[in-house]
Design a protein around this ligand. Structure first.
Ligand SMILES: [Zn+2]
Length: 304
């Protein structure tokens, strides 16, 4: 329970002043509202194959079976209320099917499905319209799996169309565990996009650039984008994480796990064990995502 984790000495978590915690934390476990803004699932028909391939290529044992049911079980264990599913297309012809699947996920409690775009689809305006009409909140793009540099001139009409539609762009940022350099979405290139398309809402994974955190500090910190926490604890020095989050502003940091790459319960626990203040943890774990994704507010939220 978040309240317990935040304010009791469980598993070595430092004890905070309970009276102060109550100012920012809901008072009951039923008010838990953790939002995981970065997860992956696959349709049941392909999940086993996809997971086997991911495990084989990475040597990492995945935390779920890659299905919706597996994610839902993981969310229940981790006490996560909402998870944002981010599908990646590797070929343009996969986009319509992936987006059809995303639209079917809208009715699943707790699931906030994003769609997919690929830089080589000719009819991106139609896909964007279909997703926006279906009240999908955003799309995922992955420059390294989709072979494009984030600030390529040819992509800007797509970014403008996304900005106009209000859809969020969730983007893989920085290096990859399984792919060779160069990274195609570096902090410097991402900053170019933010400057040229100021209306585009961007959620950048891995605190703005996996293994590119020095450049994040140089080029991205303070710019108007959201950055998620996935694959940062244990990969980036803790003091650098604290510095990036606080210079950028904790109000633009989102909790993300990259499940099934990482176990959600463990990721929540690790975040709770950081020296972030209860206010910062609450912002990262739910308030920021709730506002950005326009989710229903938790019951009995204490006014601040
Ligand atoms: Zn991911």
């Amino acid at each position: 329970m978040l309240q317990d984790i935040a304010s009791s000495p469980r598993k070595g978590v430092p004890r905070h002043d309970t009276a102060r915690d109550n100012d920012v934390m809901p008072s009951r476990a039923s008010n838990l509202f953790i939002v995981d803004t970065h997860v992956h699932i696959f349709p049941d028909t392909v999940a086993a194959k996809a997971v086997a391939k991911m495990e084989q290529h990475s040597g990492i044992k995945l935390a779920t079976d890659g299905t919706l049911a597996g994610l839902t079980r993981s969310m229940a264990t981790a006490e996560i209320r909402y998870a944002v599913t981010l599908p990646v297309s590797t070929r343009p012809d996969q986009v319509p099917g992936i987006n059809r699947h995303a639209l079917t996920l809208r009715t699943i409690p707790g699931i906030i499905p994003f769609g997919s775009l690929h830089p080589k689809i000719p009819n991106f305006r139609d896909e964007i319209r279909r997703l926006a009409d279906g009240r999908i909140r955003g799309v995922k793009m992955h420059p390294d799996h989709q072979s494009f540099f984030i600030d390529e001139e040819s992509l800007f009409s797509l970014y403008e169309a996304l900005a106009e539609s209000g859809l969020i762009l969730a983007i893989h940022a920085g290096g990859n565990i399984n792919l060779p350099d160069p990274a195609r979405c570096t902090p410097e290139r991402l900053a170019n996009v933010i400057r040229k398309v100021p209306g585009l809402k961007i959620m950048a994974a891995h605190l703005g650039g996996w293994k590119h955190w020095k450049e994040v500090e140089r080029h991205l910190v303070g710019l108007p984008l959201w950055m998620d926490t996935s694959f940062t604890l244990g990969h980036c020095p803790l003091e650098q994480i604290l510095r990036i989050v606080r210079r950028h502003g904790a109000h633009r940091i989102l909790f993300g796990t990259d499940s099934p790459w990482v176990d959600q319960a463990q990721a929540v626990e690790e975040l709770m064990q950081t020296p972030f203040t209860p206010q910062e943890k609450r912002a990262i774990l739910w308030d920021n995502a709730t506002a950005l994704l326009n989710l229903p507010a938790p019951i009995n939220t204490i006014e601040r």
